[in-house]
Design a binder for this molecule. Sequence first.
Ligand code: GDP
Length: 349
Amino acid sequence: MTGGKKNPAIGDNAADLAGSLIRGDRHALAKAITIVESTRSEHRTVAAELLNSLGAVSNRSVRVGISGAPGVGKSTFIEALGNHIVDAGLRVAVLAVDPSSATSGGSILGDKTRMETLARRPEAFIRPSPACNELGGVTRRSRESLLLCEAAGYDVVLVETVGVGQSETRVAEMTDMFLLMLLPGSGDELQGIKRGIMELADLVVVNKADGKMKELAERSAGDCQRALQFLSSRTRGWSVSVSACSAVEGTGIPAVWEQIQRHDEFLRSSGQLAARRLEQARGWMWSDLKEGLMTRLSEDESVAGYIQGLEAAITERSLLPPDAADRVLQTYGAGTAEKTKATKRKKCD
Ligand code: GDP
């Protein structure tokens, strides 16, 4: 702990910030997330102090991952659902995992005005996606941000992601429930959606069930429901339901919220929630470990020079890529073993 001392990195100390955050102060929460998103080493130290000072977070909250292709209506849906949840007397936080921002420059939730009515409500907290270049990094920070939201007393945390690359899997790994959004007509093209992603879903929602699309959306929901019979669900004993809704008109939103609550109760009563949270914690450790190892590897001078040579050998086809990877691992492993021995020798001297 910082022991009450002001930390120049945050203009405050971690304990005070944690205290304000636990009391539900939204500014403190925003500041805390900025710190965990920062890559500056002094911020990383404060972030660690902050997370440690929060203590164990209970399993009280509901973590919902929401994914779907760009334009499916995620922001509009989250705003409608978020308002409905707040109307029900709960507090809701919205986070984003956005792997596309690094490459396209675009960003989900980047335009906060899209959720204007929700953003204005004191019971809601909306955090746009972090500017980050790497999916693993984004996920790590999102996990930390999620924990901060829970410590700040948010009952429901909605984690939004664009259906790009591995982002759905990552988001499913850090939430209790995965909600997949589809457009009307998608039911006919279910073959086009990766089976693995459909199998992650705990709830499927066909959006834009209004106007001319209403009938098509309802038909798509039926098609999708039938197709799901042949897939396995990641939640044991849970049958995935598909519903149609209109985020713009608000129709079907209360039914989606009921399904989310039903799933939450099911997870809790079947003992799967506790198991899933443990799985999430283990997943967090492994993703941090992988990321940490990659960082160390890329910063290791002995390996850096060596890797260039290996890359050249691969280009010249004198070495196969798996052999090159193996040599890097052996060099890094030997280097760390040497360093450990040296540290032990120093301690004995
Ligand atoms: P996102 O990219 O998935 O976050 O999608 P947005 O929420 O930004 O919505 C994309 C477009 O679809 C916008 O023009 C929305 O107004 C529109 N949209 C979203 N939900 C609905 C809906 O339920 N019905 C109709 N007709 N349009 C919608």
